[in-house]
Design a protein around this ligand. Structure first.
Ligand code: MEV
Length: 317
């Protein structure tokens, strides 16, 4: 390792079940994506360095009002660093504002890179905690699921205020993702749900309870390797998210096209309003068919295989 540089990585995420209700204390299930954000941090010759990201066409001074710059400043402060004489270079494999956790991946990558620069490898728990500080500049008071999955990866059971649990994934998950091309602004969507909840708490608490129950059933289905059951739960999850008011025509279209082309289940993923929908498929070939169908319907689409694996690196259990 070069002493004057630090490298770090954070992963993207797909929420399988439980977005929004997780903000209200219900559990959620998510998987880390193999794609993510890599950060390189080095001392700057300037008093105020820059964040550069060619993939996002971003080149901004660290003292700018941009949310990414603010996030990096918060992370630096959290790590005891007062100055801004740092050059931060990012390489990004996920689109931003798409519900795939790019801001959390960025925050985890930067936290880990600064840790390495300081000669300290952050644990997953530490990286998630430091990254949460940065996430607040993007999303106000997020539940913490995105930064947790960005740091831990794998299959994650998350509940606000509890230690993260990495679960055993007994079988590979074949996912196809359709991108609406419309921005998904997490704080806006969370605010929308909050206002609706304030107007009718009883109804929304009922919806959150049902979403929480889906997550519990989803965990049991996954533990049994019952992917078909998980698909059905995701279908129901999409319906409930629609009732929360966070779906939209493009997301619904992706979900319908995915089901029509053989997906076991499909739903919007992340905050909604725009962003992406995810389809669970029975095989690699099935995911390829769904991906093709989504492309044919005019959407950008991709597929990912989430490899099975153990709950290695468990913390706080
Ligand atoms: C965003 O990826 C997930 C939401 O539940 C917000 C949050 O948990 O902070 C919509």
């Amino acid at each position: 390792m070069n002493e004057c540089k630090g490298f770090g990585r954070g992963g993207g995420k797909i929420i399988l079940l439980g977005e929004h209700s997780v903000v209200y204390g219900r559990p959620a299930l998510a998987v880390g994506l193999p794609d993510g954000v890599t950060a390189k941090v080095a001392p700057s010759a300037r008093k105020v360095g820059q964040i550069r990201c060619r993939d996002w066409r971003m080149e901004i001074p660290l003292n700018s009002g941009d949310r990414s710059a603010e996030a990096v400043r918060r992370i630096l402060r959290r790590m005891g660093e007062a100055g801004l004489a740092w050059e931060v270079d990012l390489e990004v494999q996920i689109p931003h504002s798409a519900g795939l956790g790019s801001s959390a991946a960025l925050c985890v990558a930067v936290a880990r890179a600064f840790g390495e620069l300081r000669g300290r490898r952050l644990t997953d728990g530490e990286a998630a905690e430091v990254a949460y500080e940065g996430e607040r500049s993007f999303h106000g008071t997020p539940s913490g699921i995105d930064n947790t999955v960005a740091a831990y990866g794998g299959l994650v059971w998350f509940r606000k205020g509890e230690a993260c649990r990495r679960l055993e994934l007994p079988v590979a998950l074949h996912l196809a993702v359709g991108v609406t091309g419309l921005g998904s602004d997490t704080s806006e969507q969370v605010g929308l749900v909050r206002r609706a909840w304030e107007r009718d708490r009883a109804r929304f608490e009922g919806l959150f309870d049902e979403l929480g129950e889906l997550v519990r059933l989803g965990r049991a289905a996954l533990a049994a390797g019952d992917i078909e059951a998980l698909g059905k739960l995701m279908d129901r999850g999409h319906e409930l998210l629609g009732r929360l008011g966070v779906s939209g025509p493009a997301l619904d279209e992706i979900v319908s096209a995915a089901r029509a082309s053989g997906a076991l289940g499909a739903k919007l993923t992340g905050a909604g309003g725009g962003g992406c929908a995810v389809a669970l498929c029975g095989s690699e070939e099935g995911a390829r068919r769904v991906e093709e169908a989504l492309k044919k319907a005019g959407f950008v689409a991709f597929r990912r295989r989430i490899r099975p694996g153990g709950a290695d690196g468990e913390e706080g259990l």
